[in-house]
Design a protein around this ligand. Structure first.
Ligand code: F6R
Length: 613
C-alpha cells in the first residue's frame, strides 16, 4: 500500500523522487522520505511525518546534485505514522538504506535474534529488520556481493514485500526484490528507474518491465536493468509500452480527483458499451473459455473486497438471473477460512480494481490450488491479478486516483453485466438479438448518468442535513441492496460518518430500534417490482420520525410525498438501476465529506490498493 520510487543515472534525482512520490501519494500518505547517494558516497536521508509536501518543504533549501536515490510514501502497518517509522530505514553505519512495501510476517522473531546479536533498532517497523539482516548477511559474505546478500535475506523473510536498496559501497546502483508487492523497472538514456506503480514513471519513460514474484533487479547508472531469479540466473523480460494518455497526473479543472472521476462515468459507460456493441455481439476475448467449458460450468465463486465486493453481489444476481449458473460470493479475507467445495467445472472470478489487493490474490491462489480456473475482472493492465489469472476482463475505466472507487465501480458493474450476457448467450438462454438490446440499453445509459451528474446543486439541502448526523442507515432491495451498501461505504470512508446498509425488508428485524426523530435513512427506491414494498418501508420509517432521503425514479409522486429529500434519477431498464442509483450516493458522500471539512481524495487511514492481508 506504500509507494516506492527510485532512480540511478546521470541527472539529479531529488526532483524526480519528489514528483514520483506526489504521484504515488494515493497509495499511502502518513509519512514520506528519501535517501540520496552524495558525491562523497555517503547516504543522505530525510524523512517527515505527514504528506509529501511536508518532506518537500524540508528539502526546499537543500541543493542536491545526487544522481542516485530512493523514496517512499508510507501507509503504516507496523508502528505509528511518525518520522522515525517513515522509510527509508538504514543500518547502524548508514551504508545501506532501503524502502519497503508489504509486511514481513516473521519480523518479531527476526528482530529478537538480531537484538540478541547486538543490533540496535530505532523504529517499531518490520522494515528495519530487513536492513539489519542485510547488514549482517552482507558483512559476513565479505565478497561485496550485495545482490547475493539480498537473495539470501529474501529466503529468510516471510510475508509479501517489494524492497529497493541503496548502498554507499555500490555508488550508482540500486538493488530490488519483488515478492508479492508490485515493482516496475524502466531503462532510459538518463538512467534506470524503479517504482511500485507506473504512475510514478509516466512523465519520464515510455516503456516498462514488470517484475514477477521472487525476482531480483540490479539497476545501474548507465540505464541498464538486469533481472535475476533466486539462483542469480539472468532473466529475459518483455518490455511493455506505457499508455500515457490514460494516466492522469493532475485533476485539471476539478477541485479533486473524486469529482473528476465521477464526471468521467458517462464516458466510461459509453466506451464499454461501444466496444462490445460494435462487435455485433457480446465478445469477451480475454476470458479464454471454450463454449463447452461455459456450458459445463456448475458453479462460480466470486471473491472481492470493499466496493468490488458490492459489484460482485450484482454479478451474482445478473449471472444467476440471466445465465442460470449458481454463484457464490465471498469477501476475500473470509474466503481464506471458508471450506470451499469445487469440481472440475467450477470457475472462480476475482473482482479487483487495482489487481493488487492481497486478500483477493490470496483467495484466488487458494481456489486455484483446489483446481478451479481463476478469471480476473480488473482495471489495471499487467496487475498481479491479471498476470496470475487464466483469463482477464479489463474494466477500462482509466486510472483511478481518488481512494474512493467511483468510475471503476460503475465499470465493474458493466463488466459483470456483460459477463452474464456472454454466459447467457452461450448457454442459449438469451438470443443474440436480446443480448444486443441489452447492450443498447447500456449505451443509452451514458446520457442519463450525465444528466444526474449535471444536477449536483440539487443535493445541497439533503447533504447538509446528513453532514450534521452522527450515523445513517442505507436501505435497498434486490439489485439495489448492494448499491445501498456501496452508498454507506462511500459515506463512511470519506466523511467519517458512521453508516450501515441493510436490505430494506430486514430493518424490521433489529435496526428499527435505531429510528428516532431526526435519524437519517437513505432509501434506494427505483420504479421497479421492488418499489411497492420499499415504499411501505419508507412509511414505516417516517412513522417513527426518522428522516428519509430517497433515491427515486423521476416523476414518482408517491415517493416525493413520503420522503423528506429526494435525489431524482431518470428511468432506466430494471436490470440497470444500480448503475444510475449509485451516482446520487457518490454525490451525497462527497458533499457530506466536504461539508465536514475532509479531504475527499485521501481519507485518513486508507490507501488505494491494500497490499497487506
Ligand atoms: C472503497 C474502495 C475499497 C476497495 C477495496 C478493494 O471505495 O475503494 O473498498 O474497493 O479495497 O480494492 P480492489 O478493488 O483494488 O481489490
Amino acid at each position: 500500500m506504500c509507494g516506492i520510487v527510485g532512480f540511478t543515472g546521470t541527472k539529479p534525482v531529488k526532483d524526480f523522487l519528489l514528483e514520483g512520490l506526489h504521484n504515488l501519494e494515493y497509495r499511502g500518505y502518513d509519512s514520506a522520505g528519501i535517501a540520496l547517494l552524495l558525491d562523497d558516497n555517503s547516504l543522505f536521508i530525510k524523512k517527515r511525518s505527514g504528506a509529501v509536501d511536508v518532506l518537500e518543504d524540508a528539502l526546499h533549501e537543500t541543493d542536491m546534485p545526487a544522481q542516485t536515490g530512493i523514496g517512499h510514501t508510507r501507509w503504516a502497518t507496523h508502528g505509528a505514522p511518525s518520522e522515525i517509522n517513515a522509510h527509508p530505514h538504514f543500518n547502524a553505519d548508514k551504508s545501506l538504506a532501503l524502502v519497503h512495501n508489504g509486511i514481513i510476517e516473521n519480523s518479531y522473531v527476526l528482530r529478537e535474534s538480531l537484538e540478541a546479536e547486538g543490533y540496535h533498532f530505532v523504529s517499531e517497523t518490520d522494515t528495519e529488520v530487513i536492513v539489519h539482516l542485510l547488514d549482517k548477511v552482507y558483512k559476513e559474505r565479505e565478497d561485496g556481493d550485495l545482490l547475493q546478500a539480498l537473495i539470501d535475506v529474501s529466503k529468510v523473510l516471510e510475508g509479501s514485500y517489494a524492497i529497493v536498496l541503496l548502498s554507499s559501497e555500490h555508488p550508482g546502483e540500486l538493488f530490488a526484490v519483488r515478492n508479492g508487492s508490485p515493482l516496475v523497472l524502466a531503462k532510459h538514456d538518463d538512467g534506470a528507474y524503479i517504482a511500485s506503480d507506473v504512475i510514478a514513471l509516466v512523465s519520464r519513460v515510455k516503456h516498462v518491465i514488470t517484475m514477477d514474484n521472487n525476482e531480483f533487479a540490479h539497476l545501474k547508472k548507465d540505464g541498464s536493468v538486469h533481472v535475476y531469479n533466486d539462483k542469480k540466473e539472468e532473466l529475459e523480460h518483455i518490455i511493455q509500452e506505457l499508455d500515457v494518455n490514460h494516466i492522469p497526473l493532475d485533476n485539471g479543472e476539478y477541485p479533486d480527483f473524486m469529482l473528476k472521476e465521477m464526471n468521467e462515468q458517462p464516458d466510461v459507460i459509453e466506451r464499454l458499451g461501444q466496444d462490445r456493441f460494435d462487435a455485433g455481439s457480446i465478445r469477451l476475448d480475454g476470458l479464454n473459455l471454450s463454449d463447452e467449458e461455459i456450458k459445463n460450468t456448475d458453479k462460480i465463486f466470486i471473491v472481492a473486497c470493499g466496493t468490488s465486493y458490492h459489484a460482485s453481489l450484482l454479478a451474482k444476481n445478473y449471472i444467476e438471473n440471466l445465465a442460470g449458473i449458481p454463484v457464490e460470493v465471498a469477501v476475500a479475507s473470509e474466503f481464506a477460512n471458508q471450506h470451499v467445495l469445487v469440481t472440475d467445472h467450477t470457475l472462480c472470478i476475482i473482482v479487483t480494481q487495482s489487481g493488487e489487493t492481497a486478500d483477493t490474490l490470496a483467495a484466488a491462489r487458494k481456489i486455484k490450488d483446489l483446481g478451479a480456473r481463476v478469471f480476473a475482472i480488473t482495471n489495471v493492465l499487467g496487475s498481479t491479478a491479471a498476470r496470475e489469472s487464466d483469463g482477464v476482463i479489463y474494466t477500462k475505466a482509466g486510472p483511478e486516483v481518488s481512494v474512493a472507487a467511483t468510475k471503476t465501480f460503475v465499470a465493474q458493474i458493466v463488466a459483470v453485466f456483460f459477463l452474464a450476457l456472454f454466459f447467457a448467450e452461450k448457454n442459449g438462454r438469451l438470443s443474440s438479438e436480446e443480448v444486443l438490446s441489452h447492450l443498447k440499453d447500456i449505451q443509452d445509459l451514458s446520457v442519463k448518468l450525465g444528466e444526474v451528474l449535471s444536477k449536483q446543486e440539487d443535493y445541497e439541502k439533503g447533504s447538509r442535513f446528513f453532514a450534521q448526523a452522527h450515523s445513517a442507515l442505507f436501505i435497498g432491495r434486490s439489485l439495489n441492496y448492494p448499491i445501498a451498501s456501496e452508498g454507506a461505504l462511500k459515506l463512511k470512508e470519506i466523511s467519517y460518518l458512521h453508516a450501515e446498509a441493510y436490505p430494506a425488508g430486514e430493518i424490521k428485524h433489529g435496526p428499527f430500534a435505531l429510528l428516532e426523530p431526526g435519524f437519517p435513512v437513505v432509501v434506494v427506491i427505483p420504479h421497479d417490482d421492488t418499489r411497492a414494498k420499499t415504499l411501505s418501508n419508507i412509511k414505516e420509517i417516517r412513522a417513527r420520525g426518522a428522516v428519509v432521503l430517497a433515491v427515486a425514479t423521476q416523476g414518482d409522486a408517491e415517493v416525493e410525498e413520503n420522503a423528506d429529500f429526494v435525489f431524482w434519477v431518470p428511468s432506466v431498464p430494471p436490470l440497470l438501476t444500480p448503475l444510475i442509483s449509485v451516482i446520487p450516493l457518490q454525490i451525497l458522500a462527497r458533499k457530506v465529506a466536504l461539508d465536514r471539512g475532509q479531504n475527499v481524495d485521501r481519507p485518513r487511514n486508507l490507501a488505494k490498493s491494500v497490499t497487506v492481508e
